[in-house]
Write a protein of this length. Structure first.
Length: 345
């Protein structure tokens, strides 16, 4: 039987703490007086107040040493969506999350905050002001999303007040900010290869992009509101910037900020989606002989050509959430943080 860690203890663990979101979360937790046990498959930095544990989250023994004396766990580890590796997603996001839950129960952890994704309800067609009561996608757009759905269900169903184990899921969308290895680098790489001249569709589709510090703020609010008498136990919460923007305006602001031209010419959505599907099929057929990663995957085209923005009213009401950094400021800070990706650098 696990010994319960003293409630209110300011020692927490961040699984996936070496990653983009994880590191921003760790830094904010330290600012707020927490000490952090960081668990990740790789180490990317060192900080006073952080104890690093290297391991795979599918390994319960390795997790248990990181969860010693910890009352609160943030789980924000996942393979990158671009890996498109079904077996890896299933192993880490599904079986690995079961292992995380079991390790938390064995170690006497009281609160588990999962980083889920608003994409768990996205099927490649428009979502406008989507609320948390939308059903999970029946046809998720990729393996990443499919396993994020299973992962969220596992964590929310594990919430057990009599056992003193409380869980909550944060669903961010389109996280961006300094040190993001995905959005800005992919965009700049495409621009440098002359692939960012075109707007997919009519360019009016609104989307959420969420500055990383707002996502961190949502996670910490959720952790601090997670008590047996609170309505948030076992529930998911959208966390966004609450400022939907046209997908192509956002991309253009980043590109122009870094010295590249904004996309100008329009291409029909269905044509580009069809071509992306064909290319995906070709790479799948040819993958035993050659490895090739297309920039315009069906998932990216669907995200670039449809509406997908979400209501964060529930987070405002239950968590007192309000974005702490505006979209304009978030874009300016992000652009300033990538001097090495500027045109000509
Ligand atoms: N970025 C976004 O726009 C969004 C992200 N999310 C979610 O937010 C979370 C964080 O994403 P983000 O910071 O962008 O991702 P990152 O890839 O930057 O961070 C994830 C971290 O988890 C590590 N990791 C992967 N597999 C394992 C494993 N088996 N055991 C231990 N650690 C592992 C990664 O290591 P390595 O790099 O070596 O794989 C990495 O350090 C994820 O759960 C993601 O699904 C949700 C919505 C939007
Ligand atoms: C069309 C094109 C080449 C755009 C370049 C930017 C893209 C790499 C990003 C635009 C929207 C982003 C996004 C994610 C990853 C990066 C983008 C596709 C996620 C899939 C990351 C993980 C999630 O949970 C959902 C995100 C939605 C938005």
């Amino acid at each position: 039987m696990a010994t319960r860690v003293r409630p209110g203890s300011k020692r927490c663990a961040v699984i996936g703490g070496s990653g983009f979101l994880g590191r921003h979360l760790v830094e904010k937790l330290l600012d707020r007086g927490y000490s952090v046990s960081l668990f990740d498959i790789r180490q990317s930095y060192e900080l006073p107040g952080v104890t690093f544990h290297q391991g795979d989250l599918c390994d319960k023994q390795a997790l248990l040493s990181a969860l010693k004396d910890v009352s609160l766990v943030f789980h924000c580890a996942s393979p990158a969506p671009s890996s498109d590796d079904r077996l890896l997603f299933e192993r880490v996001n599904i079986q690995g999350t079961q292992t995380v839950i079991q390790a938390c129960l064995d170690a006497g952890v009281q609160k588990l905050v999962l980083t889920s994704s608003a994409s768990v309800v996205f099927e490649g067609t428009d979502v406008k002001n989507g609320k948390e009561d939308l059903p999970y996608a029946k046809k998720p757009i990729d393996y990443y999303t499919q396993t994020k759905i299973e992962q969220e269900k596992l964590v929310l169903e594990a919430c057990n007040k009599p056992k003193g184990f409380l869980t909550v899921a944060i669903r961010p969308h389109g996280i961006f900010g300094p040190r993001d290895p995905q959005l800005v680098p992919t965009l700049v790489d495409a621009a440098r290869r002359g692939k960012m001249k075109f707007i997919i569709g009519d360019g009016t589709n609104l989307v959420d992009f969420t500055y990383v510090e707002n996502v961190v703020h949502g996670h910490i609010l959720a952790a601090e509101h997670l008590r047996a008498d609170s309505p948030i136990c076992g529930k998911p919460y959208h966390i966004t910037n609450d400022e939907p923007i046209r997908f192509w305006d956002f991309m253009s602001e980043i590109l122009v900020g870094l010295g590249y031209a904004a996309p100008r010419f329009h291409l029909p959505y269905t044509l580009v989606y069809g071509l992306a599907l064909l290319l995906w099929l070709l790479t799948w057929i040819l993958h035993p002989f050659m490895s090739f990663k297309p920039t315009f995957t069906p998932m990216r085209v669907a995200l670039a050509g449809t509406y997908h923005y979400y209501s964060c009213e529930r987070a405002k009401e239950h968590l007192g959430y309000k974005p702490v950094v505006s979209l304009k400021e978030g874009i300016a800070r992000t652009v300033a943080s990538y001097p090495h990706l500027r045109r000509g650098a």
